[in-house]
Design a protein around this ligand. Sequence first.
Ligand code: SF4
Length: 429
Amino acid sequence: MSFYLRPPKGITNIINLETTVRQRFLCYQNIINEDITNTIVDLECLVEDSVLDRLGHHLFRLLALKSRHFYTVFIEHEVQLLGLRLASYNPEDAKNFVKSLKSQCATCLEAIKVDGKVKNYFIELSSVCLKLLSYFRTPDNVSKAQIQLHFSYCFDLLAKRQYDIANGMLLINCTEWKALLLSLYKSYLHLALFDMKFIPQVNDALQDERIKSVLILARDLFCKNNSLRKFGSLDMTRFEEETGNFPLCMKTLYNNLSKNNRLGHNARFDFSLYLKDIGVEITDAFEFWRKFYSKQHSSCSSCTHSWEQNEKRYIYGIRHLYGLEGSRKSYNVKDCSQIQNTILGANEEGGCPFQHFDDNNLRSLLKNSLPVNRSEKIETIINERRGNPKKGCEKFLDFLVEKDAVNDELHFKNPAEYYFLLKSINSEV
Ligand code: SF4
C-alpha cells in the first residue's frame, strides 16, 4: 500500500524482471479494456506492494524517464491502477494505506538532506496524511474534515473547478480523500520523474546490462501494443514533425499527397489505415483529407475527385475504416510482407520502396532521408534489400538512429510499428 515512494530492495533474476514487465503491460491493457475483474487478479506481479509490484513500477519509471512517448502512458495508467486499488478499500484498508504512506513519508524526509521541491512535497503529503487519519478516526467531526493544500500539489483538482480556492490554497473536504490522494500521487510521479534525472544511482541502473535488456523488451512490448502506443491521440498540430518518424513507404505516399493533393484509391486506403493506426482521431482524419481534396489536383494525379462533390462518400469511407459503418470491423494497416507482395500497376503509387523501387530511385530516396554523414551507408542498405527488402528497411532504420541494430533489435511488423519504434527511440532522453 503505497505511492511507491522508495525503490525495491533485494535480489531478483532476469526472468522476474521480464515477467514483471509483461504483467504490468497486461494490467495497463486491462485498464484500457475496462476489464476491471482481470486488471490485477491473477497477476502475481501486481500483488499490491509486493516486491514484484514495486519492481515493475520502478522499471516502468525508468522507461518513462527514457521515453517521453511512454511518460504519459505510465503516469495515467499508474494513477488509474491506484484508483482501482483505493476503490476496493474498506475504511480500515483506507486508514492503513494512509498510515503506511505517512510512515514512508517520514522515512523519505529523514533521507533528504537538501531543501527543495521534493522535500516540500513530502512535508505537504505528511500533513495531508495526518489530517486524513484524524478524519478516518472521527469521520463525523466536520471541523476536522477540511484540508487546505497549495494548488501546485494537486493540479488535477484545480482543473476540475469543483473546489474553493483562496490565496492559492485549495479547500478540499476529507470525504474526497480518494480524489485527493490520486491527484497527489500524480503530482508525485511528475516530481519523482523530474528528480530522477539528477540521481547518480538512476544513471548507474540505466547502464546495467540486465536493466538495459529488460527496458528494450518493455519498449518493444509498448510499441507493439495497439492500444497503449496510441494512448493520447496524435497531435495534428505537430503532424509535419511526426512525419520524421514515418517509414519510407508512408513518407513517400505523404510526399505524393502533398505534391498532387490526391492519392490513388489503394494508396489512399493504405495511408488512411496507417494514419488511423498511429493515432489520428476520426474527426482529424476528416479534416486531413478534406484539406487536400478541397484543393485543385495536379495534372499528373491519378485521382480527379474533389471533397465538395464526394464528401458523403469520403466520410463514409473513413468511418468504415474506423469500424463505424458496414460490417463495423476495425481495419489495420497492412503488414510489411503484404505491402511488399502487392503487385503495383504502371504508375500506381504505394508499395514498399525496398521492394518496388529500382536501385536508382531507392538510392535517391535514401540520400534525401539519411543524415549527410551516413550517406556512405546507402550501398549497404541497397545490398541488404536485395536478399530481403524488410532487412533493407531495418538497416535503414538502424543507420537513421545511429544505433547498432544487431544489439538493439529494431524489429517491426508493419509501418505503424516502425513509426512507434522510431518515435520511442527519438523520444529517448
Ligand atoms: S519494410 Fe515495411 S515499413 Fe519499411 S518501407 Fe517497407 S513496408 Fe514500409
